[in-house]
Design a protein. Structure first.
Lengths: 380, 140
């Protein structure tokens, strides 16, 4: 490698180093008690995989990697766990756009409280399926964060040969976070001066000032790049979802798509919006008498086992499709590769339209099923 | 399908529609015997799951009956039911099921005639639509 190539690499490393220094000061000056952030896990089985960590010691931040293109779990549920009941500490959370969107929904369902939480949103290039990511870093011989930072800086999508982003990410319209206090702006960033840590509201400004870091602005190229990324992904998404809508527009189509469902309910487990402590599908309501199965089998001559797979998906749609943020963790969690994300986005877009509701858009808008208007819908 | 007798399941609230159904009976108003009634405290407590389960089990139609706007015993359960049923119907339409099989109707305790007319109307509609196709599907 010649020196001309080596130089920008050092700068890009400094992008993450700037963030780490900032987090260290947040902890040292006790602006927050802990930070929830993604870090690389060392170890043979982990192979550079990134998980969320909750850190209180400023010296335990070296593995920070907000751009590793993998999302093991939507961390909205973790912020919910950290903030839903008093007493609780002050926490900063480094999150991707879809994680913040899901968290906004959880706040409105009273499952999280952001009074003592500082949300640090990170620009997101998209993520790979965990197994693809593990393969990628194995072949690559280590984390790919530098390549990702470079792609973000130049405003390009990720293009590792032979690897495709998760379908949810390919059609995601949220490459940049909203509703956060602080933004780590990476799209179009010039990493010569480190990463841009930008305050997004008064609380963010206060935290940055307390940490004694210079206030920064968004990279000038950022908004243009975001417009372009949004345009590409939106049109791709519309096409993909429209095709799927067509496929499930007859009942047999839907049944065919979900023929392989074995109701393991992994999709529900990984869904950040499915917050019920006790899901009715795990309750005795769905423990049937032995006789019942035979009765059903006699009625229809043949039934699929386990039973009630379609009922499960249709019920989950009814319960939470109004708040689905399209993070796609459901599809990633499905052992049989069923298009759960597509189902929820396809049905969700029309259902959300009824109430002019966009999940994750605002903390002020009430989720449609928790409220009503007297003069709406039928019958009057 | 000349001898098709639609089966309807009715989820009706204790305070209005159930009393309305009762009045239809005590007033000896004739209506088709195709409906089976489940009494709940409020139509706002009808989980869409109940309606879906009924349809997947092969019920041809489902009636959800509640109090007129402003009359709900629990102030606003009927308004909440209206939103839930709107969501349910939208979902049914999108997966190619006839959303007309699900009917939400406000019927007060004094409207025995309206209850009878509603059941008659649903039965006629269901005769037009024919049997619920889900009754024959096994891969659900």
């Amino acid at each position: 490698m010649n020196p001309a190539e080596a130089e920008p690499q050092v700068q890009k490393r400094s992008a993450l180093a700037t963030c780490i220094e900032f987090f260290q000061t947040l902890l040292e000056k006790e602006v927050v008690d802990a930070i929830l952030l993604p870090q690389q896990v060392p170890g043979v089985s982990a192979k550079g995989v990134v998980v969320q960590t909750l850190v209180t010691d400023p010296s335990k931040l070296e593995g920070f990697d907000p751009v590793a293109p993998v999302l093991m779990r939507n961390s909205a549920s973790m912020v919910s766990a950290l903030s839903f009941q008093a007493p609780k500490g002050k926490v900063a959370a480094v999150m991707r756009p879809c994680e913040i969107n899901a968290l906004v929904e959880l706040v409105k369902f009273k499952q999280a409280n952001l009074d003592d939480v500082i949300l640090i949103g990170v620009d997101c290039p998209g993520t790979y399926e965990p197994k693809d990511y593990v393969q990628l870093v194995t072949v690559h011989g280590g984390p790919v964060s530098e390549e990702v930072l470079e792609a973000l800086s130049e405003g390009k999508g990720l293009s590792f040969d032979g690897y495709e982003l998760r379908q949810a990410c390919r059609i995601c319209e949220h490459p940049s976070p909203a509703n956060c206090q602080i933004l780590i702006a990476l799209w179009g960033a010039d990493f010569a001066s480190g990463a841009a840590i930008v305050p997004m509201d008064e609380r963010g400004r206060e935290a940055i000032e307390k940490a004694g870091i210079e206030l920064q602005e968004q990279p000038p190229a950022r908004s243009k790049i975001l417009e372009k990324v949004d345009r590409v992904r939106s049109s791709r998404g519309q096409k993909h979802i429209e095709e799927f809508k067509e496929r499930i527009s007859s009942l047999q189509g839907l049944i065919d798509e979900f023929a392989a469902c074995k109701r393991c309910m992994n999709c529900r487990e990984e869904c950040p919006i499915c917050y019920c402590r006790e899901c009715i599908f795990s309750s005795p309501t769905f423990v049937h008498e032995s006789n019942k199965y035979l009765k059903w089998a006699r009625q229809r001559k043949i039934i699929k086992m386990p039973v009630e797979t379609l009922l499960f998906h249709l019920t989950r749609l009814n319960h939470m499709v109004t708040s689905c943020v399209g993070c796609g963790q459901c599809s990633s969690a499905c052992p049989n590769g069923l298009p759960v994300m597509e189902l929820f986005r396809a049905i969700g877009s029309n259902v959300q339209k009824i109430f002019d509701y966009v999940p994750g858009r605002s903390l002020e808008e009430e989720p449609p099923l928790t409220t009503f208007r007297e003069d709406e819908l039928e019958p009057r | 399908m000349d001898n098709f007798e639609p089966k309807i399941l009715g989820f009706v609230c204790n305070w209005c529609t159930y009393a309305g159904a009762d009045l239809a009976g005590t007033s000896r108003i004739q209506y088709p015997p195709n409906i089976r009634i489940v009494r709940l405290m409020c139509c706002g407590s009808v989980d869409p799951l109940y309606v879906l389960k009924s349809l997947l089990e092969g019920m041809d139609g489902v009636l959800i009956g509640g109090c007129h706007p402003g009359d709900c015993h629990y102030t606003n359960g009927n308004y909440k039911a209206r939103r839930r049923i709107a969501v349910l119907k939208s979902i049914l339409r999108q997966i190619g099921l006839e959303d007309e099989r699900v009917v939400l109707r406000w019927i007060s305790a004094s409207e025995g005639k309206r209850f009878a007319d509603t059941v008659t109307e649903i039965v006629e509609k269901l005769r037009e639509l024919g049997p619920n196709a889900l009754r024959e599907v096994w891969q659900i």
